[in-house]
Design a binder for this molecule. Structure first.
Ligand SMILES: CC(C)(COP(=O)(O)OP(=O)(O)OC[C@H]1O[C@@H](n2cnc3c(N)ncnc32)[C@H](O)[C@@H]1OP(=O)(O)O)[C@@H](O)C(=O)NCCC(=O)NCCS
Length: 208
């Protein structure tokens, strides 16, 4: 079951027209294992699965609004990925064969050197280092695509994202009553890479 899950993930990766970011197995500080790979057009079910596993509070933090479901149009948009202006990495739960998180950037049209960042980790996986891992890998992809900084807007009481972004030396560029806008300079950002995770292993095609 796990092997076939990994095989499917790797096969999809092999089919990627871009294929620059390889699927990576990561082991987090508490020993839990995940596979991180680029998201593709056929991954609407995976994005929906991650959304389904979010608590109401996490959904609020993600969308800054109450949200009960993702529409078909939203799923199309979230999986319409060109791996240049729009990149997304998915974390897959080895044991359960489910999505554990998604991190994405979408380049700003007005400033192509900047991109909007979003990181989501399902509640059951939060606090284990997966958000840090996704942010680290996404930052590397962004630099490869010429993105120099991320921007992110978050709820002012989102402590988890504040801590996540503090680790990459995010600057607060504006502070409204209930939201904070962050800017992360990717040239200087040094996530406490894998602070709670060991060095990721590259998977062989057999998944072992
Ligand atoms: C923000 C989010 C992505 C962090 O993911 P994560 O996997 O929990 O992050 P990590 O485990 O790598 O932890 C990163 C930091 O956040 C802290 N953190 C994680 N969950 C936390 C929580 N519930 N409360 C307080 N701090 C928390 C960790 O302690 C760590 O800080 P530290 O290194 O100073 O100890 C995750 O909480 C999430 O998806 N939240 C809902 C959606 C959201 O808010 N997205 C951000 C929109 S840009």
């Amino acid at each position: 079951m796990i092997d076939s899950f990994i095989h499917a993930a790797l096969a999809q990766q092999a089919l990627s027209h871009q294929g620059r970011a390889a699927a990576r197995a990561v082991v987090l500080g508490d020993g839990s294992r995940a596979l991180v790979r680029p998201l593709h057009a056929g991954d609407a079910h995976l994005v929906a699965d991650v959304f389904d596993q979010l608590s109401d509070e996490s959904r609020w933090m993600q969308f800054l609004a109450a949200k009960k479901e993702l529409s078909a149009a939203e799923l199309r948009y979230l999986t319409d990925i060109d791996h240049h202006d729009h990149e997304a990495l998915a974390a897959l739960d080895h044991a359960a064969g489910r999505g554990a998180g998604v991190a994405r950037f979408i380049r700003h049209t007005a400033d192509p050197r900047a991109a909007e960042l979003s990181v989501t980790v399902v509640d059951a996986w939060q606090g284990r280092g997966l958000g840090t891992e996704l942010l680290t890998q996404l930052s590397a992809r962004a630099r490869q695509e010429g993105v120099e900084r991320f921007t992110a807007v978050a709820s002012a009481d989102n402590v988890a994202v504040a801590r996540l972004l503090r680790a990459v030396r995010a600057r607060v560029v504006s502070h409204e009553y209930d939201t904070v806008e962050y800017e992360i300079d990717l040239a200087h950002a040094r996530a406490r890479a894998l602070a709670s995770a060991r060095e990721p292993e590259r998977l062989s095609p057999s998944g072992r």
